[in-house]
Design a protein around this ligand. Structure first.
Ligand SMILES: Cc1cc2nc3c(=O)[nH]c(=O)nc-3n(C[C@H](O)[C@H](O)[C@H](O)COP(=O)(O)OP(=O)(O)OC[C@H]3O[C@@H](n4cnc5c(N)ncnc54)[C@H](O)[C@@H]3O)c2cc1C
Length: 357
């Protein structure tokens, strides 16, 4: 059990962002406390944990994809050794076209070598799947058993005395000289990894997020027997036995974070275009993605307040990005590199007015 009262870092939030940072700190022998109250409807706990080198409808290759994939695999090999479980599942995606235009656009993209290196060369036919317009296989993709990893790693940190199940009330944190204080502990640096709850943080609520609610279903489909990830409007990710995760909705206007009938109907409508086999619904979950206006993460220092940082904005691709970004962020905080301008918080400083806290 940890008996320290003085730490290098306080991490607020133990989702994919906070835990990825905690792991980098642990590897560098930095002392830290990480705080999270836990609970339902957390983006990280409902996420399918998929990683896909190819992004979106326009079928472009992701930003710094090779580094992202390398760090993701390296990190989950490390968790495999630390926690004795394999959380990362290599599973190629079978992406079905929804119409002829998509299939034509794909043919054009194939001429680009950075794209084509992630595409399988043989067509794959799957029983129970509607492939009327054709499909292609995405190599190098897969998913992480996110909820299981979060619970196991939080448990590991709890046993070490590095994790506290609590909510940080920002008014209970104080900065004295260079040092932050909270509940009798002191910290050299504080990092907000609060996901969409950034809006309750008086220091960072000026950031221009554009939040996106997502809902998922678990279904049982006997006879599909698929380890591939199947995609067409929605994705199907095998979980266990005959159970699959189906997701997700992208809701840019929403009233609350809870699952609802409209979300269920939307997913069912899309699922019926993908699957030709019968299925039953097992459960429904939801969360809010911390998505930003320019769809890039937000890393870096508060414009005014000392020793206060933000690691957020992982958006729709938390799992693919978090291991690389946590490492990159820590290296920048240590002055070993400068942040990639695409993710650096400085691009949003014009949204901040001096003294607005
Ligand atoms: C339906 C759905 C499906 C998704 N599927 C995928 C996918 O397949 N692949 C993928 O890569 N991404 C996916 N995502 C996106 C991914 O979930 C997010 O990018 C990621 O979870 C964001 O992680 P985070 O740690 O920044 O935020 P969160 O998961 O929201 O975590 C923030 C944490 O901070 C805590 N917190 C907030 N305020 C405080 C406070 N004051 N004190 C203490 N703790 C606090 C919260 O309790 C929470 O646990 C999906 C998201 C949704 C909603």
């Amino acid at each position: 059990m940890n008996q320290l009262t003085s730490y290098d870092f306080l991490i607020v939030g133990a989702g994919i962002a906070g835990l990825s940072l905690a792991w980098q700190l642990e590897k560098k022998h930095k002392s830290f406390l990480i705080i999270d109250p836990g609970g339902q409807h957390k983006s990280s706990r409902v996420a399918a944990g998929m990683f896909n080198p190819i992004s979106g409808k326009r079928m472009t290759v992701n930003w710094r994809v090779q580094e992202l994939l390398t760090d993701l695999h390296e990190t989950f090999n490390e968790f495999n050794s630390l926690l004795g479980k394999k959380y990362l599942v290599d599973a190629n995606i079978i992406q079905c076209f929804g119409n002829t235009k998509e299939s034509n656009d794909f043919s054009l993209q194939l001429e680009k070598s950075d794209f084509s290196r992630f595409i399988g060369s043989n067509p794959i036919e799957i029983d129970g799947l509607n492939q009327e317009f054709g499909s292609f296989e995405v190599l190098g993709s897969g998913w992480v058993k996110t909820k299981e990893w979060i619970e196991d790693f939080q448990d590991y940190l709890l046993k070490k005395g590095a994790f506290i199940k609590d909510k940080v009330e920002w008014k209970a944190l104080s900065l004295d000289g260079n040092e932050w204080h909270w509940q009798g502990h002191s910290f050299a640096k504080v990092v907000s990894c609060e996901g969409y709850h950034y809006q309750n943080n008086p220091y960072f609520n000026w950031l221009p997020f554009k939040l996106c609610k997502g809902q998922v279903l678990h279904i049982q489909c006997v006879g599909l027997n698929q380890k591939y990830i199947l995609k067409k409007g929605v994705y199907l990710v095998h979980q266990y036995d005959d159970v699959y995760k189906v997701g997700a909705t992208y809701e840019w206007d929403f009233e609350d974070e809870k699952p609802n009938e409209l979300g269920k109907e939307t997913l069912i409508n899309k699922l019926d275009k993908l699957l030709t086999l019968p299925y039953s619904i097992v459960s429904q979950e939801s969360g809010v993605r911390p998505t930003t206006r320019d769809r890039a993460a937000i890393l870096g220092k508060h414009p005014e307040v000392k020793n206060l940082y933000c690691f957020n904005g992982l958006g729709t691709k938390g799992m693919l990005q978090a291991p690389f970004l946590a490492k990159h962020f820590l290296a920048a905080m240590e002055g070993l590199t400068s942040l990639d301008p695409k993710v650096a918080i400085e691009r949003f400083y014009p949204f901040y007015s001096t003294g607005q806290i």
